[in-house]
Ligand binder design. Structure first.
Ligand SMILES: *[C@@H]1O[C@H](CO)[C@@H](O)[C@H](O)[C@H]1NC(C)=O
Ligand SMILES: *[C@@H]1O[C@H](CO)[C@@H](O)[C@H](O)[C@H]1NC(C)=O
Ligand SMILES: *[C@@H]1O[C@H](CO)[C@@H](O)[C@H](O)[C@H]1NC(C)=O
Ligand SMILES: *[C@@H]1O[C@H](CO)[C@@H](O)[C@H](O)[C@H]1NC(C)=O
Ligand SMILES: *[C@@H]1O[C@H](CO)[C@@H](O)[C@H](O)[C@H]1NC(C)=O
Length: 610
C-alpha cells in the first residue's frame, strides 16, 4: 500500500494499518503474541444515528474500553432477498473504521441469528416465504440464505479484520445456540443442539472470515453442551465464575481457551467484567421485535422502541449516566489511563406544538388494493415486512357472529365496519377480546392488522408470518372475497403533503396528524439539539420527524417519549415536520408534541384491554 499524502488526522488510523495476529492459548488472548485482555462493551451500529457513531465510540473509549462488541442486523442489510443496503446506519464497515480510529478493537457478532431485542432476532421477513425453510436448523434453504448474507457482509468488511490491519479480532458463531429448543405441539422438546447445523454454519464463516470464531452460551451444563462446537472457542454469559466453571467442565478440550464473559448483565462490579451494553439502545422504526411471554395475562410482549437497559452507562442519547464513572474507574484499573470524558451538551427542549389532523390512514394510503383474493394474503406473502395491512371485505349477504381467525390472530387487529371502529382484537393478551359483528349486505368490514414485531427469542420462531394467515370466519363460516392494502409506511409523503384539516369523529379510522417546530437554538454540534419527543392525548401509534420513523408509542407504556436526535432535524431556521399516525384518534381532544429533556417512564391502563 502506498500513501502519497497524509494529514495528521489520518495518523492514528495509519499507525494501526498493519497486519497483526490475534490468537489465543489456554490462558490468554494473544495480540501479536502478547497477552491481550479484552475490555469490551456492546455497541450496535445500526441502533445509532451514523452521524453520532464517532461520539459514541469516543465515550466507549473514555470509559476505559479497548473493544466494542457489535451485533449486525441481517434484516436491515438485506431488506429484500438479494437487495443490499450498506448505506447510512447500515454502513457497518465505516463504524468499524471509526472504532479503530478511536483505538478500539471489534468483536463481530453477525448471527445470522442475534436475538438482541430486535425484530425476529435479526432475520429478514422474506425468509418465511422460502418453501420448507426452518430457521436455526440444518435446513438447506436457511443455510443457503445465511451463506449469501455472510458472504456479502464479509466482502464489505474483509480488510477490517486483524490480519489485514483492521480492528476485527474475532467473530461470534450464532448466538446462544445452546438455548434454542424445538417443541412439538404438545410441548415436548425435540431437536435443538443440532451440531450439524452449527458445523455447517461454522464452515460458512470459516470460508469468509480469516479470524477465529467463538460461541457464546448460557453458563450451565445444559447450554454449554448444546451450544459449543468442537474446535471452536467456547465462551459463556453473565456470572463469570459460574460460566468459567461450566465452560471448563462441559466444553470439549478443543473448545478451551482464555475465558471471556460474552455478555454481562450489569448487576455489580467484578474485575472479570468484559461485556456491558454501553448504552440504552434504539429500535428505530418498526425494528422492535417481540417476545413470547406465556402468562395468564399476556402471551406476546412487544419490545419497546427504546430497549431499556437500565444500568447502561450511557443513555439513549449518548450522555453519561452515573454508572459511567464507576465503569471508567473499574476498567481503567486494567486498561490504564483512558482519554478524558468528552463533554456532551445538555438535551434541548421544543415548546409544545399543535398536531393537526390531516387525513385518515385509509384515505391517504389505501387508495388501490395491493391484491384481491378469495382468502386473505399474509403481509409476508404480499412482499411486505413491517407496518400494517388493511383487509377489506364487502358483505354479499347478511352475516353475523364472532370474528375468528383460523390460524389465530396475528398481533393486533382494529375492526371497522363502514369506516367506524367497532373493536380491537389484541393477541398480546392471553384472553383477548372477541369482536362480534352483524353485517348487512353491502357493509364494508375492514380489519387493520398491525405487525407488533416478530418474536426474537423462543423455541418455535420459524413461523413469524404477519398480517392474516389463513381464513377469517364470521360466526364460524369462512368469509371469501378480500382486498388487501399494503401499508408498510416506509414513506409518509402522502401525509406530509396532505393539507387538512380532517374532522376526527368518534371511532374514526386511524388518522395522520401533522405539526411543525423550529430547530432548537442550542449552538454547537447537532447532539446539543437532541430531545425526547412526548405526545399528549394519544393511545397508540407511530412518529416520524422529517420523514424518519422514530418508533412507536403506546399509552400502556412504559415508553411515553421517543428519542429525537438533533442530527435528524433541519438546520436552524427551517421548520421540522412531525407526522403522527394515531391508531385510535379521540374526537374533540387536541394532540400536541413537545420536546423534553428528562423522559418519564410510566404505564396507563389500556383502553382495549380485555
Ligand atoms: C487447551 O488445553 C487443552 C487441554 O489440555 C488442549 O486440548 C487445547 O488444545 C488447549 N488449547 C489451546 C488453544 O492451546
Ligand atoms: C500463553 O501465552 C502467554 C504469552 O506468551 C504465556 O505467558 C502463557 O504462559 C501462555 N499460557 C499457556 C497456558 O500456555
Ligand atoms: C413448533 O413447530 C413445530 C414444527 O414446525 C410444530 O409441529 C409444533 O406444533 C410447534 N409447537 C408449538 C408449541 O407451537
Ligand atoms: C355501509 O355502507 C354500505 C355501502 O355504502 C351501505 O350499503 C350500507 O347500508 C352501510 N351500512 C350501514 C350500517 O350504514
Ligand atoms: C414516497 O412516495 C412518493 C409517492 O409514491 C414518491 O413519489 C416518493 O419518491 C417516495 N419517496 C421516497 C423517499 O421513497
Amino acid at each position: 500500500m502506498r500513501i502519497t499524502s497524509l494529514t495528521t488526522a489520518l495518523l492514528p488510523c495509519l499507525s494501526l494499518v498493519q497486519a497483526s495476529s490475534f490468537t489465543y492459548n489456554n490462558s490468554s488472548f494473544l495480540l501479536n503474541g502478547e497477552p491481550y485482555q479484552i475490555l469490551g462493551g456492546q455497541m450496535d451500529p445500526q441502533r445509532m444515528p451514523y452521524q453520532y457513531w464517532e461520539q459514541r465510540l469516543q465515550m466507549a473509549r473514555a470509559m476505559g474500553l479497548n473493544t466494542v462488541f457489535s451485533y449486525v442486523f441481517w434484516n436491515e442489510l438485506e431488506p429484500k432477498q438479494g437487495q443490499w443496503d450498506f448505506t447510512g446506519r447500515n454502513n457497518v464497515a465505516q463504524f468499524f473504521r471509526l472504532a479503530q480510529q478511536q483505538g478500539l478493537n471489534v468483536v463481530l457478532r453477525p448471527g445470522p441469528y442475534i436475538s438482541a431485542e430486535h425484530e425476529w432476532g435479526g432475520f429478514p421477513s422474506w425468509l418465511s416465504q422460502i418453501p420448507n425453510m426452518a430457521v436455526r436448523q440444518n435446513n438447506a434453504p436457511f443455510l443457503k440464505a445465511s451463506r449469501a448474507y455472510i458472504e456479502r457482509l464479509a466482502s464489505e468488511i474483509h480488510s477490517l479484520q486483524v490480519p489485514y490491519g483492521g480492528p476485527i479480532l474475532m467473530v461470534q458463531l450464532e448466538n446462544e445456540y445452546g438455548s434454542f429448543i424445538l417443541q412439538d405441539a404438545n410441548g415436548k422438546q425435540y431437536g435443538g443442539a443440532d451440531k450439524t447445523y452449527l458445523a455447517a454454519l461454522a464452515d460458512i464463516f470459516k470460508a469468509n472470515f480469516d479470524v477465529f470464531l467463538y460461541t457464546n452460551d448460557g453458563n450451565t451444563e445444559w447450554y454449554v453442551t448444546r451450544g459449543a462446537l468442537n474446535g471452536i472457542l467456547a465462551e459463556t454469559d453473565d456470572s463469570p465464575q459460574q460460566g468459567l466453571e461450566a465452560r471448563n467442565k462441559y466444553a470439549h478440550a478443543s473448545s478451551l481457551g482464555p475465558f471471556l464473559c460474552g455478555e454481562y448483565y450489569m448487576t455489580g462490579e467484578q474485575p472479570l467484567v468484559q461485556f456491558v451494553h454501553v448504552q440504552r439502545v434504539t429500535n428505530w422504526g418498526f425494528q422492535n421485535g417481540a417476545d413470547l411471554y406465556p402468562t395468564k395475562q399476556i402471551q406476546l410482549a412487544t419490545t419497546t422502541t427504546s430497549y431499556s437497559d437500565n444500568a447502561a452507562p450511557l443513555d439513549e442519547s449518548g450522555r453519561v449516566r452515573p454508572s459511567f464513572y464507576k465503569y471508567r474507574e473499574l476498567f481503567t484499573k486494567y486498561s490504564g489511563p483512558a482519554p478524558n470524558v468528552p463533554d456532551v451538551g445538555s438535551m434541548s427542549t421544543v415548546p409544545a406544538l399543535a398536531l393537526e389532523a390531516v387525513g385518515s390512514l385509509f384515505d391517504l394510503e389505501a387508495k388501490t388494493p395491493t391484491a384481491k383474493n378469495a382468502m386473505p394474503i399474509s403481509m409476508d406473502a404480499l412482499g411486505q415486512s413491517y407496518g400494517f395491512v388493511l383487509y377489506e371485505h364487502v358483505a354479499r349477504s347478511p352475516v353475523s357472529g364472532a370474528i375468528g381467525l383460523v390460524n389465530g390472530p396475528r398481533d393486533r387487529i382494529i375492526v371497522l365496519i363502514n369506516g367506524t371502529r367497532s373493536g380491537v382484537i389484541d393477541v398480546s393478551y392471553s384472553k383477548y377480546r372477541t369482536v362480534n359483528v352483524n353485517l348487512a349486505q353491502g357493509d364494508v368490514l375492514q380489519l387493520l392488522v398491525e405487525n407488533l414485531g416478530r418474536v426474537k427469542y423462543g423455541p418455535n420462531i420459524t413461523d413469524q408470518v404477519k398480517g392474516i394467515k389463513g381464513d377469517v370466519t364470521i360466526g364460524g363460516t369462512a368469509v371469501q372475497g378480500w382486498s388487501m392494502y399494503s401499508l408498510p409506511l416506509d414513506n409518509v409523503s402522502a401525509a406530509s403533503s396532505a393539507s387538512g384539516p380532517y374532522a376526527v369523529r368518534a371511532n374514526s379510522p386511524p388518522v395522520f396528524y401533522k405539526g411543525h417546530f423550529n430547530t432548537p437554538s442550542a449552538t454547537g454540534p447537532d447532539i446539543n439539539r437532541d430531545t425526547y419527543l412526548a405526545l399528549t392525548n394519544v393511545i397508540k401509534g407511530v412518529v416520524w420527524v422529517n420523514g424518519i420513523n422514530l418508533g412507536k408509542y403506546w399509552t400502556v407504556g412504559p415508553q411515553q417519549s421517543l428519542y429525537l436526535p438533533g442530527c435528524y432535524m433541519l438546520p436552524p431556521g427551517q421548520l421540522n415536520e412531525v407526522v403522527v399516525l394515531e391508531l385510535e384518534p379521540q374526537a374533540g381532544k387536541s394532540m400536541t408534541a413537545e420536546g423534553i429533556t428528562d423522559r418519564k417512564w410510566f404505564n396507563n391502563p389500556d383502553p382495549d384491554a380485555p
